[in-house]
Write a protein that binds this ligand. Structure first.
Ligand code: NDP
Length: 264
């Protein structure tokens, strides 16, 4: 069996289905929140894992132990996603260790909310650098390896806010809308090399990022969600797993909303 068909095959073993058996995956900001749920979901699906973290060293350590206990290989890497130099070093480290990179999940993100007239220039810059430039950094750094393999999947975390906008989040909305334009453009650029690029746009997910909302704000947001509930990070992770798996091999340049109908 060729390397490519081995990699693109889901294999059944011990009663479980390994959708991603033999795949090498890198997740940015993997230690916490949605990133952690994605990392665990992809490891459970059979992938070997590299993930980055910036400040959550302890959570990174516990996550690495959990993944090792599943019998997967794992490399936690401390790296600031805003730095291109660091992104290049991360990809080099992953390829040196695992010899290839099949799936990149650009997940790292922050919010610094404020109304336009109160928004400081540094709040604009840091949100754009962390949420949007990081996606450019890692996609560019990973593209050469994926082009050489003639195989790759890139999954970018956008947001319902990038689709609809939101008062008080112009920096965040611009970064997440930017990710959608970037995803569609790179999907066109890299399709001939069998590299598929998609975005996932979550709605309201229960993580540290949304924990800052007051109970009143939380109720007001839930009111706007047709399914009338907040989602768990695992519900986003399952969609990322689909986009990482061979089941989505004819899907590229798409934005998949995981938002309980919020964007409709
Ligand atoms: P959290 O605040 O819970 O986690 C943010 C993650 O990003 C952490 O792992 C953090 O790493 C990492 N991160 C932040 N800055 C950097 C950086 N400079 N370099 C490397 N890593 C960094 O957020 P969520 O899990 O909720 O969000 C994950 C993604 O999903 C984000 O892109 C977010 O915009 C998007 N999203 C979230 C929604 C939600 O409702 N929660 C809705 C729509 C989209 P560390 O802890 O190590 O610093």
């Amino acid at each position: 069996m060729s390397e490519r068909s081995r990699l693109s095959e889901s294999s059944a073993f011990g009663g479980e289905t390994f959708w991603l058996g033999g795949k090498i995956v890198l997740i940015t900001g993997g230690a916490r929140g949605i990133g952690r749920a994605i990392t665990l979901e992809l490891a459970r699906s059979g992938a070997d894992i590299a993930f980055t973290y910036r400040s959550s060293a302890q959570l990174a350590e516990s996550l690495a132990s959990e993944i090792k206990a599943m019998g997967r290989r794992v490399i936690p890497i401390e790296a600031d996603a805003t730095s291109m130099k660091s992104a290049v070093e991360v990809i080099e480290k992953v390829v040196a260790e695992f010899k290839r990179l099949d799936v990149l999940v650009n997940n790292a993100g922050i919010t610094k909310d404020n109304l336009l007239l109160r928004m400081q220039e540094e709040d604009w810059d840091s949100v754009i650098q962390t949420n949007l430039k990081s996606v450019f950094n890692y996609t560019k750094a990973a593209a050469r390896t994926m082009m050489g393999q003639r195989y790759g999947k890139i999954i970018n975390l956008s947001s319902v806010v990038g689709i609809k906008g939101n008062a008080g989040q112009s920096n965040y909305a611009a970064s997440k809308a930017g990710i959608i334009g970037f995803t569609k453009s790179i999907a066109k650029e890299l399709a001939s090399r069998n590299i598929l690029v998609n975005a996932v746009a979550p709605g309201y997910i229960d993580t540290d990022m949304t924990a800052a909302l007051t109970e009143e704000q939380r109720k007001a947001v839930i009111d706007t969600i047709p399914l009338k509930r907040v989602a768990k990070p695992e519900e986003v992770a399952k969609v990322v797993r689909f986009l990482a798996s061979p089941d989505s091999d004819y899907i590229t340049g798409q934005v998949i909303s995981v938002d309980g109908g919020m964007s409709v």
